[in-house]
Design a protein around this ligand. Structure first.
Ligand code: SAM
Length: 282
């Protein structure tokens, strides 16, 4: 009998992948974690029935969540990653020799454990000696921190369950305090396409815009996320991701990437008119 994993993307849309083997299933205090093996997308990590990472397209997400900020400020030394339990974001960060320390704060030890076992392709950077793995709630962790991080990456699930508080005004205020003068905040900013995601996208952007003087949104194409059209937020007290970007500095590092390049960096901030209008209307 054929086995398919189906994500309910909206009440009217489903996305399914044929499964070769259901490798892992477990329930933590926070969520349901599953790993599947598939012919088309390789191994797939799902949380609460939603696609998180697939071996085939994770490079898009992890390139865009890390390199845009790192290329805007190549001096970044101290980093906080909240969420991202699969390790893909940390894997990209540890490629930068200039980074001295990464606090990797993931609320769910089960996601880290399952990723280490079944997704070494993303988890492989976690053992770098500059990485401190802290199994904690990022919302609590950030409280009271001042002028510590050059970069905060919020690699979170959607604004439901444990991820909900990562989309609040108070959380963004705490991030601003925790950042250094040139600090950058990158956040998972949902999708403009389907109404449910778009509502969250607008809410997140509206709040970040109120907190940070520089707040932009950039896009990327991820086949396994609803509609395939997804966004990250870029916020900073001082640095603009396009005006302050020096492509030649990043290119001189000689890092090989499969999705990110310095043209995509600039192009990703050029948003379709309907997305601009949505963001401006907030
Ligand atoms: N690429 C993914 C996506 O958007 O579909 C996100 C990947 S990552 C697996 C998301 C992680 O955020 C999960 O492992 C989840 O446990 C973690 N997370 C959710 N809320 C959190 C919180 N409050 N503090 C720290 N980690 C959190």
């Amino acid at each position: 009998m054929e086995l398919w994993f189906t994500e309910e993307q909206t009440d009217n849309v489903r996305f399914s992948i044929k499964v070769k083997e259901h490798l892992f299933t477990g329930k933590s205090d926070f969520q349901q974690v599953d790993v599947f093996d598939t012919d088309e997308f390789g191994k797939v990590l799902a949380i609460d029935g939603l696609f998180m990472v697939t071996e085939k397209d994770e490079f898009v997400y992890h390139d865009m969540i890390t390199h845009v900020a790192m290329a805007t400020n190549p001096q970044i030394k101290n980093v906080l990653v909240i969420g991202g339990g699969d390790g893909g974001t940390v894997r990209e960060l540890v490629r930068y020799k200039g980074i001295e320390h990464i606090d990797f704060v993931e609320i769910d030890g089960l996601v880290i454990k399952a990723s280490r076992e079944y997704l070494p392709i993303t988890a492989c950077g976690m053992d770098d000696e500059r990485v401190d793995i802290l199994v904690q709630d990022g919302i609590e962790f950030i409280k009271g921190k001042e002028n510590v991080y050059d970069l905060i990456i919020v690699d979170s699930t959607d604004p439901i369950g444990p991820g909900e508080g990562l989309f609040t005004y108070e959380f963004y205020e705490n991030c601003k305090k925790a950042l250094t003068e040139n600090g950058i905040l990158i956040n998972q900013n949902e999708s403009p396409y389907y109404e449910g995601n778009a509502k969250e996208m607008k809410r997140a952007h509206k709040k970040i815009k109120e907190v940070f003087p520089i707040s932009e949104v950039y896009q990327y194409i991820l086949p396994t996320y609803p509609s395939g059209h997804w966004l990250f937020g870029f916020a900073s007290k001082k640095l603009h991701p396009v005006r302050d970007f020096k492509p030649e500095v990043w290119n001189s590092l000689g890092l090989k990437t499969k999705y990110y390049n310095t043209d995509i960096h600039v192009g990703a901030f050029a948003l379709p008119t309907y997305v601009r209008e949505m963001l401006d209307s907030e």
